[in-house]
Ligand binder design. Sequence first.
Ligand SMILES: NC(=O)c1ccc[n+]([C@@H]2O[C@H](COP(=O)([O-])OP(=O)(O)OC[C@H]3O[C@@H](n4cnc5c(N)ncnc54)[C@H](O)[C@@H]3O)[C@@H](O)[C@H]2O)c1
Length: 322
Amino acid sequence: MTASWLDQHRASYLSVPVCVTGGAGFIGSHLVAALDQLGARVTVIDDLSNGRAENLVQRSDRVRLIEGSILDTAAISEATSEARIVFHLAALGSVPASLVTPERFQLTNATGTMLVLNAARSAGVGRVVYSASSSAYGDTPTLPKVETMIPDPRSPYAVTKLAGEHLCRAWAICYGLSTVSLRYFNIFGPRQRPDSQYAAVIPKFATALAQGTAPTIFGDGLQTRDFTHVDNAVHANLLAGSCKRSLQGEMVNIGCAEQFTLLELLDHMNAILATKISPTFAPARTGDVRDSRAAVDAAKALIGFEPVIHFVEGLRATLTSR
Ligand SMILES: NC(=O)c1ccc[n+]([C@@H]2O[C@H](COP(=O)([O-])OP(=O)(O)OC[C@H]3O[C@@H](n4cnc5c(N)ncnc54)[C@H](O)[C@@H]3O)[C@@H](O)[C@H]2O)c1
């Protein structure tokens, strides 16, 4: 049985050739599974630096994996050569790691995005959908975060992801390549690695609760996040890929427009897993954003996006699938 939100995309993707960069990763593998169910012909390019081939095991023979880098111009041009839509998710994703090797992040996330755009342009691709990041907003106290705010990226990672948005916009203006950027807010769901640096708190808490140990909260636990189940990111990508408007590098938030504290998150997790484990507290981490909540009106107006699964339901689905 497929979810009703997925069914609505069938006519747009049946037999359509698409490319998913980073398709063996967390979000990418969910997108590939959805595209496969919709009958699309999917080429994945992933260097498996953080993704896993096992994430794609249940795929049909319509899904092809090219184990290669978006920085390899021959590999990316092969991956995009027949695609009508490119979903660009490949990136290095750890904020702390980006402080250690900023040049790697610049290369993969900024130059890599440019190479994907160039390959897409040469191949005559109709649309590039770019996975952008809410880290572009920095730590502005104003909520909700709206797209008209001036970006304030505060780490090499955030800067490189924002650069990708600007490249997408410039390639639309200069070369007529239709592009759109989706700024994700704390995506979580099955297959997310506990060592991931984004919504890492959910897989980390889940691992601790499963082991009967106290999860660590940095700070007072009252910081808030717009935790967004991965199905919402997949739905947004599918809408953006098939949107009939002439998209030209617009960027829109993808979240649930809700916010929950870490203490509320832990309460919900304890309730779902029938555990009663209290956290231990550690000093707040420098650079952590205090509060976050997306406005999703622009995504609704541009591509018709509305969340298909909200926080508690998504959390339950994630924890019971482990
Ligand atoms: N998870 C979130 O909450 C979140 C939030 C904001 C933005 N994003 C963005 O969404 C995208 C996917 O994130 P994710 O959480 O699934 O991360 P992920 O690390 O699971 O997926 C990224 C994939 O890209 C691959 N990759 C890295 N460098 C590559 C290269 N040079 N060539 C080919 N493949 C390469 C990795 O192996 C991995 O499979 C990224 O662009 C990330 O910046 C994620």
